[in-house]
Design a protein around this ligand. Sequence first.
Ligand SMILES: [Fe+2]
Length: 309
Amino acid sequence: MLTDWTTKHSERFGEDIVTFGHGLVESGLFTDEALIELMKKHPMEQMDVCSMSDDSDPAFPNQFMTGDFRGVDPKTLLDAAKAGRIFMNLRNAMNLHSEYKMLLDQMFGDLAKKTGFESFKPKGSILISSPISQTPYHFDKTQTILWHVRGKKRMYIYPMTPEFIPDEAYEATAVSYRVDDLPYDETFDRAAQICDLKPGEAVAWPLNAPHRVDNGSFCVSVTTEYSTRECVIKNNNMLANAALRRGLGFKPSYDNDGEFKRMAKAGMGVVLRKVGYIDRNDTPDMVSFKVDPRAEGFVVRTEPFIRDF
Ligand SMILES: [Fe+2]
């Protein structure tokens, strides 16, 4: 599954931005026909159909809007993604369906062999997105890899310094289950590393590196995520730091903490998690448009309501 992997890739994987070739295109599981068959059987509650809002805060551009796609057949959804401002995420599709699970097992079986890291428990989702889709500036709390399959995508990956990812912003995402965006400024782009992805190319980056993606055409990609010991310790630290900053007025810094402090805070984070410090229901998922093939861009705005499907 890894088509051009060298020992250099193994050395840099997880530490640096690494691009590599993969064989997902040849599987035949990402053609229009295959995706339509997949959408027919994929559970509705594991699927998001989104668009981008045009009236958002300038510091948080291109925020996603959740769409109502009930009663819309898969072929029309695919047409919507090709034509309009529609973006679909088939969450965990790589785990839930046996033919895709076989691919996922190959992808990570090969990565395990090459990197020596054996304990991958990856989740894989399939993203189907329109030519003008943009994924806003954000970071992921787990290790993420983007495996690009169809179309052209430009990915911007930013440095891991406080200017690009302030501790306070990370802490906010640790406390709130649904928040994962970071404040963005166009001048950030000067420091970004740009990866132009073609079909058959994948990119991996260091844990938590902020990034954003612009589509250059209709795109199909697989995103995978997995957790490591480092992810768990850091996420628990950020939760502890959020509590210290918000509750007690401290000014904690993850970078400045040594090993001992980090381990103590990781323990504190575990306790905070157990006592329910994370507010998992702070912002309900609000549906604000309906997919309609008769409308321009397939999007009709609706009165917002809480997603219940
Ligand atoms: Fe991401």
